[in-house]
Design a protein around this ligand. Structure first.
Ligand code: ZN
Length: 282
């Protein structure tokens, strides 16, 4: 149960292995690109090669502060609203009968230690499993969907509730796409890194307080169903991301309501991937 952990540092694709960062282009003598997007487009060949690589001790030590966005330029980022029963019930929203899809614009992506500039006094956290597409396609059947997935990373779907609900009907895309409102990382973990890729522990701490604590097995629409639904409408491309929805325990549904304050630290964890840690700034 190891899985390949692909990330990016200094704008170059890296493999995390043995606590070190192996530079993909350098180690492969240029056979594989330094661009993570190119590796996602040839994921099977890349992971077959990466499985044979081990650090020789000369590589830089893995330090999360060195990492940048592991999937820097997806063509599309899909978000899924109300995809956990508990979150829907807490938000007093009717549970959807088909996946509720919105977009996060790619300019909102940020690294695993990025600071998040708050856009109002009602900005909320949403811990999410992020699906990373390797093989694109249209009208992908649910039974074939996992073969299109490179792996998973961790994401925060940071959301300005003031903007989201400032008018009727509410809007999602802009309110969830401000600068650094989509931190992801620390790496893409290939699917073979998970005993059960459809049921992983997911949590979010604000400072030292546990705010969200659930399992991805609680999704209303699971990952294959999300891929099948999205690809009926939109062609998927290598490197596309699906933010698969957040469990209960976000700030807007707490009593009393709780929003992010400058200086607060959001730690988001998913079993088998690790954690991202982001600090809120004014
Ligand atoms: Zn979300």
């Amino acid at each position: 149960m190891s899985g390949i952990r692909m990330t990016s540092a200094g704008g170059r694709a890296m493999i995390e292995s043995g606590g070190r960062l192996i530079d993909v282009a350098r180690r492969s003598g240029g056979k594989f690109s330094a661009d993570p997007m190119a590796l996602l487009a040839q994921w099977e060949a890349f992971t077959d090669w990466a499985r044979l690589q081990a650090p020789d001790g000369s590589e830089p030590l893995l330090d999360a502060a060195l990492l940048d966005v592991c999937v820097p330029r997806p063509r599309s980022i899909f978000g899924i609203g109300v995809n956990y029963r508990e979150h829907g019930q807490q938000a007093d929203m009717e549970l959807p009968k088909t996946p509720m899809v919105f977009t996060k614009f790619p300019s909102c992506l940020a690294g695993p230690r990025a600071d998040i500039p708050l856009t109002s006094n009602r900005v909320d956290w949403e811990a999410e499993l992020v699906v990373v597409i390797a093989r694109g396609g249209e009208r992908i059947a649910a039974k074939d969907a996992m073969a299109h997935v490179a792996g998973y990373t961790i994401g925060q779907d940071i959301s300005d509730r003031r903007q989201q609900f400032s008018d009727k009907p509410p809007q999602f895309c802009i309110a969830k796409s401000a600068k650094a409102y989509g931190p992801i990382g620390p790496c893409v973990v290939s699917l073979d890194g998970f005993a059960n890729p459809l049921d992983l522990a997911i949590s979010c701490d604000l400072n030292d307080e546990r705010m969200q604590d659930s399992r991805t097995g609680m999704m209303i629409f699971n990952v294959p169903e999300l891929i099948a639904f999205v690809s009926r409408w939109c062609e998927l491309a290598p490197g596309d991301l699906i933010f698969s929805g957040t469990p209960g325990g976000t700030g807007a549904v707490r009593d009393p309501r709780r929003y992010l304050q400058p200086g607060e630290v959001i730690t988001t964890r998913i079993e088998g991937i690790g954690e991202i840690r982001n600090t809120c700034i004014p």
